[in-house]
Design a protein around this ligand. Sequence first.
Ligand code: ZN
Length: 216
Amino acid sequence: MKILTLAQRGLVISSALWTITSAPGGLQARNVDPHLPGVERPQLEVRIFRLPSVPEGIVKLAAAEAARQLQGLLVTFDWLDCSTPVQAPACQAPLSLKVITIRILPHALPNATEAGLGMTMWSDTGTSAALFYDRAMALRRPNVPLQRLLGLAMAHEIVHVLLSGDHTDEGLMAARWSTEYLATGHSGYSGLSRAMEAAVESEARRRVSQAAFTRN
Ligand SMILES: [Zn+2]
C-alpha cells in the first residue's frame, strides 16, 4: 500500500483510509483521552463519497481541514474516501450509528436553505450529510480555497449530526460565516461552549456503544 506522509499536518494518507491526527506521538496515542488517561475516546467513521469530477486531492485536503476544525473534541474520527476505484473494506461494512456518511453532490438539493453549503439527514441506520459542490465553487476566493470551504462545511455538518440543529453566534457552528472567519482559518476553534462539546462527545460515545450492542 502506498503511504504518503504530509508531516506538516501530522496527516497520514493511505489509498483509501486517511488517518488524521494532530498528536505528534502518532497512531498509538491518538485514541487516549489526554484529560482522562487510559480512557478511550469514542471513534467514529466518516465515509466520504464524491463525484469523479471532484478531485481526490481536494477532498483529502478538505478532510484534513475538517479534522483540524474538530481537533478540540475528545472524539476520534477515521476518514475514508469511499470513491476510490478500490474501496477500503470498511466502506463496504454495514452502516451503523458510528458511521457518518458524507456525499459531495454536484448541485444543492431543492430543500436546502438558500445559502447553505450542506445539509444533514438522520435515519435509524445512520446519519448522512450532503455537501453542495456548486455552492462551494461559487464561494471560493484566492484567500478562501475550495478545500477550506468544503472542510468547514464537512466539520459543520458532522457537528450537526451529533448535536442536532444547534447554531452558535460565531465560529464553526455559526449559521453564516463572516468573510473574515472564512479567510483567517481559525484552527480548532469550534465556537462551541464546553457544555456543547461535552454533548457532542457524549453522543459520540452513545453511538459507539449502541453500534457495538447492535453488532453483538
Ligand atoms: Zn448549520
